[in-house]
Design a protein around this ligand. Structure first.
Ligand SMILES: Nc1ncnc2c1ncn2[C@@H]1O[C@H](COP(=O)(O)OP(=O)(O)O)[C@@H](O)[C@H]1O
Ligand SMILES: [Mg+2]
Length: 435
């Protein structure tokens, strides 16, 4: 086990055909022939200034929208791509120039990448057999045993005999033990003789995990390993992976674009957007104190609502007829925005159905989603005097208790939970924290 340290990591890919270098010098969205969009940062860097320390044994979730550079970062750590700049350590080993095999890292991919012609047993055993003879126990003792030629000869000569009479090398015995341990851990013992095509998606995924675990690496890297599973299985496997990681205590970096996975699995979450880390913190810290508007919108479902308001010292915010007096802590924090527009952020779960009043927001219900345990409303602000130009106001999302019946088209007043307000700078979109 070991900590993983990334220091000032950069990655750029050479421009592809038809892509001009000039178009990469500005932060811009470069569209590609196939129609997908590549976020390109300064000098075409897909990753910029990545500084991240994953503690020994920690479960770090790396989350961000599709195309933000998550897989690229994992591939850099695994040694499957070359860094453009920066340093990487596993424990106290600088791994910048080590080939993937020597990094002591196991990676689990989204598409499992099992060998189709090998049984589950052989898929798990493959990485162990390929390695030098020292499997786990031997490696711990710090000694590498070279299997001798006589043993190889015996194995070769007895290979044609029935199973019970074959000579089994020490090494193969160790491999067998390790495969069976892992199979037991993942409850896939009955599947060991099957081929990948005879497995369900969930089973294949566990075999892929098993293959990574069997190698007993210092670090696990997992790239969206659950995204091919259906919702129920995903939730189950999610819990299983977390349990397993705690049990094994192996430092893990887990990539996902799913904020629920991020919130439920990680000791800490690193949020990436357009190749840059936005915030690294524990799940609830991200939810309660997002560092900027991107994080505030990304974490939480449905996402936070953003409404432009004008701040008037000492403690008032307004927009049209809407007038709300803020708690004192906000008056202090917003002082320098007197007379200016700031972005008010409020989560759907912090809006409460209330009565007509200037301090409440009038809305019309456009969509009702009953989930049984919760009801989500998508509503439109009904404030004619509302200044919208400064900031695009989206529909306001509201969570209401399921026992409250709401119908489409209904007009409601929403009160804002004062302890749960967020504010963001209009230009930088950085969070302003209460003082
Ligand atoms: N081999 C490559 N050559 C050029 N561009 C690449 C290559 N691999 C990834 N990219 C680009 O780098 C960006 C980040 O990709 P990726 O790391 O796969 O994102 P994510 O995993 O977050 O969806 C994307 O814009 C992608 O098109
Ligand atoms: Mg990816």
């Amino acid at each position: 086990m070991a900590q993983v340290v990334l220091e000032n990591v950069y990655k750029s890919f050479p421009p592809r055909r038809g892509e001009s270098v000039a178009s990469q010098t500005q932060p811009s969205l470069t569209s590609q022939k196939q129609g997908d969009i590549i976020p390109r940062g300064e000098n075409g860097n897909v990753l910029r200034r990545i500084n991240l320390t994953v503690a020994d044994g920690e479960f770090m979730v790396l989350v961000g929208p599709s195309g933000c550079g998550k897989s690229t970062l994992l591939r850099l750590i695994a040694g499957l791509e070359v860094m453009t700049g920066g340093n990487m350590w596993v424990g106290d080993r600088l791994i910048n120039d080590l080939p993937p095999k020597e990094r002591d890292i196991a990676m689990v991919f989204q598409n499992y990448a099992l060998y189709p012609h090998m049984t589950v047993y052989d898929n798990i055993a493959f990485g162990l057999r390929r390695r030098s003879p020292g499997v786990e126990g031997v490696r711990e003792a710090g000694e590498v045993k070279i299997s001798n030629w006589a043993e190889n000869l015996l194995v070769g000569m007895t290979r044609v005999l029935p199973k019970g009479l074959r000579y089994i090398s020490d090494r193969e015995r160790a491999v067998d033990e390790q495969v069976r341990n892992v199979a037991q851990l993942l409850q896939i013992e009955p599947l060991l003789n099957r081929l990948p095509k005879q497995l369900s998606g969930g089973q294949r995924q566990r075999v892929a995990l098993g293959r990574a675990i069997a190698r007993n690496p210092q670090v696990f890297l997992m790239d969206e390993p659950l995204s091919n599973l259906d919702a129920k299985l995903r939730a189950e496997t999610r819990a299983q992976i977390v349990k397993l990681q705690r049990q094994l205590g192996v430092t893990t970096i887990y990539v996902t674009h799913d904020q629920t996975e991020a919130m439920t699995m990680g000791d800490r979450i690193a949020i990436l957007n357009q190749g840059q880390l936005q915030q690294v913190a524990a799940p609830l810290e991200l939810y309660n104190r997002p560092a900027n508007r991107f994080v505030a919108e990304f974490i939480g479902s449905p996402p936070m609502n953003f409404i432009p308001v004008k701040f008037h010292a000492p403690q008032l915010i307004t927009n049209g007829d809407f007038r709300l007096t803020l708690p004192e802590v906000w008056g202090n924090a917003l002082q320098k925005y007197d007379g200016k527009t700031v972005i008010l952020g409020i989560r759907p779960e912090h809006l409460i159905l209330s009565v007509p009043a200037n301090k409440n927001l009038p809305v019309q219900v456009e969509l009702v989603e009953n989930l049984g345990n919760d009801t989500y409303l998508s509503t439109k602000l009904l404030e004619p005097g509302f200044q919208k130009s400064a900031f695009p106001t989206k529909d306001v999302q509201v969570r209401v208790p399921p026992e409250r019946f709401v119908s489409c088209g209904e007009q409601l007043w929403l009160s804002l939970t004062l302890e749960k307000l967020h504010f963001f700078d209009l230009e930088t979109e950085l969070a302003i924290f209460p003082k």
